[in-house]
Design a protein around this ligand. Structure first.
Ligand code: F6R
Length: 600
């Protein structure tokens, strides 16, 4: 998704803008550009393609103030004309989000004599600010924002004036010594400062080298807290791994540990959350839960459904957020929104819809201060640390970790799960980190297996009950990073159609950890074997039976059946990673995808 950077200080602005834009590459982009004040005039350099190419073509520039952008096309093709910044007279603008009344604004501004040179909605904003400009940039920006409908995070440059604003799209202000920053994401500026102000919706910031003043949309000045970021830039870099994805897969034992830290006490069988804001009585009265999420977070939500229904007997609906919004029945009394970024537009829109029904809302997210956290009644942070790879890995596992704790906690209050059972589950949960390390230590066997199947055109992942969401997640990971067509199926559903596609060139990854319906899973494996499909089973290390039915077995340590999805997840992640690596795919930045999807 698009990235924004702004700088006003005493150093060379171009160096800082380019360096910061490179740190935003992980968000995914198709063009990049900067605008700087060079000798009293705004100069713009932008093009389709990589930042490194933009940097190579830059002339010598002396400037201490500027803005920059990485664009992921939403309005118009990825090309030079559509790349940001967009200009109108002396005004330059970079923008994330979508201006919904852009057609109307375009007509209005064209009648006023403005000439459009791009297909973007952002250009209308540049002209609108120019239209209102009377020697005060903030006034012009506020007037323009009052005319637009939609979402935005913007940085606007006019002479040495630098202004930022946001609505429904993330933006932060970095506070330095004689220099200040604007950015859409913390890693972009962490090298320069740890002191961050989170801009809220409808706030406008005027950024000079020695001062940041923040106003509401009525131009009333407001005081904001300066937050200190306590994680390192190194944590946002690769630490010697070939890809962020592999690094983040290896960070999962730590991430899960952090997710559980301070929240469980296995001796007493206690689970506590700081941000839950729900009384025990309120939890006992919940009769239906709706989970809303997208993509990988949806898969975590689906596992959440199985967990809640098993541990609490509460009925749970899991909805794809972009569909939920258009449903015609009311959601459950508790709505749980799952989003690693906390910025996904579809999830936010669904959440707002749920709120209109008066439901209690709870967010499970990784990003402190993200938009979602400011719109819900309660937040549980996953504490995975920054995730740079576009394909979610550790954030997924931490979401799942929270869902285990939450469903156990609700199950205890509802009287469905006994104290003794909870204690045992908590002990097993705590062991998971060490068990994941064992899988990681043996990753070469997974690599070996993945390389053998890397030439496949189609791969199926199958599982039942708690393993079904992991089949979906395995298929999603494989398709997004290796570009192989992959399907995740509930294994019992294959015979109702997809079995027609199974043949000797269709590898099937069967998640077959031991559990109450293991025998049925084995029957499903036999169905695909009968069609000569090569089958890779993910199975318990103590299962001596499975090798009779499959071609390859990848073992996971023994744990409770309901917890085994955590371990199978690590296997499907590594499998997908090594297939993609073998196919030489750009693993951390798959084509057409973005880390944070802030458009509906
Ligand atoms: C896939 C992936 C996406 C996200 C989805 C929702 O690896 O990362 O499918 O899960 O875009 O994003 P969040 O969780 O930020 O709401």
């Amino acid at each position: 998704m698009c990235g924004i950077i702004g700088y006003n200080g005493i150093r060379q602005a171009t160096n800082i803008l380019i360096d910061s834009l490179k740190r935003l590459e992980y968000r995914g982009y198709d063009s990049a550009g900067i605008a700087v004040l060079n000798n009293k005039a705004i100069e713009v350099y932008k093009d389709k393609g990589r930042i490194i190419e933009l940097e190579r073509d830059l002339p010598e520039i002396i400037s201490t103030v500027g803005i920059g952008h990485t664009r992921w096309a939403t309005h118009g093709k990825p090309n030079k004309a559509n790349a940001h910044p967009h200009t109108s007279g002396d005004i330059a603008v970079v923008h994330n989000g979508i201006i919904e009344n852009y057609e109307h604004l375009r007509d209005r501004l064209t009648q006023l004599g403005y000439v459009f040179v791009s297909e973007t909605d952002t250009e209308a904003l540049a002209h609108l600010i120019n239209h209102y400009y009377r020697n005060n940039l903030m006034d012009a920006v506020v007037s323009a924002l009052n005319d637009i409908k939609g979402s935005y995070a913007i940085a606007v440059l006019c002479g040495s004036e630098l202004v930022a604003a946001r609505k429904d799209s993330p933006l932060i202000i970095g506070i330095g010594d004689n220099e200040n920053f604007i950015a859409s994401d913390i890693p972009a500026i962490l090298k320069y400062t740890r002191n961050i102000i989170y801009l809220d919706d409808m706030e406008v910031a005027c950024v000079t080298p020695d001062c940041v003043s923040i106003f509401d949309i009525n131009k009333r000045q407001i005081e904001k807290t300066v937050n200190t970021i306590d994680w390192d830039l190194e944590a946002a870099e690769k630490s010697g791994y070939d890809h962020f994805m592999l690094k983040e897969i290896h960070e999962q034992p730590r991430a899960l540990h952090e997710t559980f830290a301070g929240r469980i006490s296995e001796l007493e069988g206690n689970i506590t959350f700081d941000g839950l804001n729900l009384t025990e009585e309120e939890i006992r009265s919940i009769s239906r839960i709706s989970i809303i999420a997208c993509g990988t977070s949806f898969n975590a939500g689906l596992l959440g459904k199985y967990l809640f229904e098993y541990m609490t007997h509460i009925h749970v609906d899991v909805e794809i957020a972009s569909e939920f919004r258009y449903a015609h029945s009311s959601p459950g009394s508790l709505v749980i929104a799952i989003s690693q970024s906390g910025e996904t537009a579809d999830t936010l829109a669904a959440l707002r819809e749920a709120k209109s029904f008066g439901c209690r809302t709870l967010a499970i997210t990784n990003v402190v201060g993200s938009t979602i956290t400011r719109e819900v009644d309660s937040v549980i942070y996953t504490r995975s640390g920054p995730e740079i790879g576009v394909a979610a890995t550790k954030t997924f596992l931490s979401q799942v970790g929270v869902l285990y704790l939450l469903s156990l906690y609700f199950g205890k209050l509802k009287g469905i799960i006994s104290s003794d059972r909870i204690k045992l589950m908590l002990v097993s949960l705590k062991k998971l980190s060490a068990q994941i390390r064992r899988i990681l230590d043996d990753k070469e066997s997974i690599r070996y297996c993945a390389e053998a199947f890397a030439p496949a055109n189609d791969v199926f992942f199958i599982g039942r009950t708690f393993n079904y969401p992991i089949a979906l997640e395995g298929a999603l990971k494989l398709k997004e990073i290796s570009y192989i067509h992959a399907e995740g199926y509930a294994a019992g559903e294959l015979k109702h159609g997809p079995l027609a596609l199974i043949a000797n060139n269709t590898p099937v990854v069967a998640i077959a950890t031991r559990g109450p319906i293991y025998d049925k899973m084995v029957n499903n494996i036999k169905e695909v074997k009968a069609r000569e499909a090569p089958v890779i089973a993910i199975a318990d290390e103590k299962d001596s039976e499975i090798e009779k039915y499959v071609d390859t077995v990848i073992r996971v340590p023994s744990t409770e059946y309901v917890l085994s999805p955590v371990l199978s997840t690590v296997v499907v992640q590594l499998f997908s990673y090594y297939v993609a690596k073998s196919r030489k795919c750009p693993i951390d930045q798959p084509r057409n995808l973005a880390k944070s999807v802030t458009v509906e």
